[in-house]
Design a binder for this molecule. Sequence first.
Ligand SMILES: *[C@@H]1O[C@H](CO)[C@@H](O)[C@H](O)[C@H]1NC(C)=O
Ligand SMILES: *[C@@H]1O[C@H](CO)[C@@H](O)[C@H](O)[C@H]1NC(C)=O
Ligand SMILES: *[C@@H]1O[C@H](CO)[C@@H](O)[C@H](O)[C@H]1NC(C)=O
Length: 492
Amino acid sequence: MCGIVGVSLGSLQYDAYSDLLETAAFLQHRGQDACGIICGTEDGTASFHRGAGLVNEVFGKGSHVASHLQGSFGIVRYPTNGEYNKVQIQPIIDKSRGNIAIAHNGNLENSRALGTYLTSIGQNQSNCTSDSGLILETLLSKYHPPSEMSSVESWIMLGLEQVYLRCVGSFACVLFIPGYGLVAFRDANGIKPVIMAERILDHGEVDYMFASESVACTSLGYTPVRDVRPGEAIFVPYASACRPQHRCIIRQVVPQLSYSPDIFEYVYFARADSVIDGISVNRSRRFMGKALAQTLINEITAKDGCVHEEIDCVIPVPETSLTCALAVSQYLHKPLAFGFVRNRFIFRTFLLPTQKQRTKAVASKLSTVREEFEGRNVLIIDDSIVRGTTAIQIVKMAREAGAKKVYFASGSPAIRFKHIHGIDLADESRLIAHGRSNLQISEALGADGVFYLSLDALIDSCISARRYGDVSSFEVGIFNGVYSTRGSCLAK
Ligand SMILES: *[C@@H]1O[C@H](CO)[C@@H](O)[C@H](O)[C@H]1NC(C)=O
Ligand SMILES: *[C@@H]1O[C@H](CO)[C@@H](O)[C@H](O)[C@H]1NC(C)=O
Ligand SMILES: *[C@@H]1O[C@H](CO)[C@@H](O)[C@H](O)[C@H]1NC(C)=O
């Protein structure tokens, strides 16, 4: 899982670099391991900088980086997935064919077969090992040295047809073509997000931005125009004196197979102030909370009498679950208590590479406010339970802070299957819900009860939060093992 951005300014006088860098503040939650930016000028020059670490670590070391990254268009990517190896830090750049570069969010399911195929046709020139490199190689199998703009568009269309034919899985990408501009495209199921936005300047020039989340656009003064749709590519040639204005070209490369955004974006990954594929993340989480409260009322009453009455307060695990927990508290008529304080300078645990680092990170990431727990029956809300590492620690901390009963509720269904689209969650066997009933999970967590939102209720919550568009299905394989890309391979 990661964040990608492309920027193409309407005026050649300005550098895209600062907009690309500023988006980090809004997308850094999608990836903290590394980042890279490549920028281009109209004469075809490309300059780039990549490195491991947070954006300020990679780009904050003096102004020499800024003066070196010139040009009115460029792309950036913030990756996760343990991509510490410098070769894999994106954007991936093909230096032998004119510095064409790609920023990709997603995962391929047929990388091995694709690699073998590319090698067999002599198209493994960069000896790539990553999915993103494979997508770029597939695209470049139709590469022709550029002569004029329209010929660039035609080879890219042919290359994209190959990508859609050969690459099975999820991909939301922005391509950087020196001397041409940007091309954003998205897999035929629309699993990973990428939105297009524009900013119209005083003299009518238009700046374009593509980004994983709308918040990156709106925060920089861009207005979202549309999501890139499944199977679609949007070309944005760089601005020039003869075409400073509305210069995007929209092409449906292959028919849409489905429109199934990854539901985990709404549950956990995206910021609450983003709108993804027409669905407000904030509203979806509010509805998840409402449905979770309904579940608690029904489930607890049915099993043990009016036990939900004995809950004294609702305590969110900061920060993703705050929106959901607020709704739970409102619908249960129980006060919301901020019992956990998050140390903002420690990062997400399940994305850390080793179990040891993970356990250590949980311990230092949260602390308790004792008065909120002491002598109370608490209902702790988190957005999801993955390995259970965090949840076990949290239950333990709640008891140590003096809680009487500790109930744990997840704003999403039990995670029992692998996430195959780029969130490096865990092997199935390491998922705490894998092969366990709710009662067994509750015991494993050391809680007095565990509650999950049903998958139907989760899907309904997202659909109810729709502001525009027509998304009505989602990638939910992580919950039920049925993946939208399976069986949807175009290449037989
Ligand atoms: C590409 O070629 C290199 C060297 O022959 C090989 O190590 C690598 O695995 C190949 N990549 C793929 C994806 O097959
Ligand atoms: C890729 O591998 C081949 C054969 O192993 C080698 O000749 C070539 O130089 C490598 N290319 C790159 C870009 O590393
Ligand atoms: C979040 O959603 C709720 C419920 O729809 C709404 O009342 C609230 O204003 C929203 N907050 C923001 C910041 O949009």
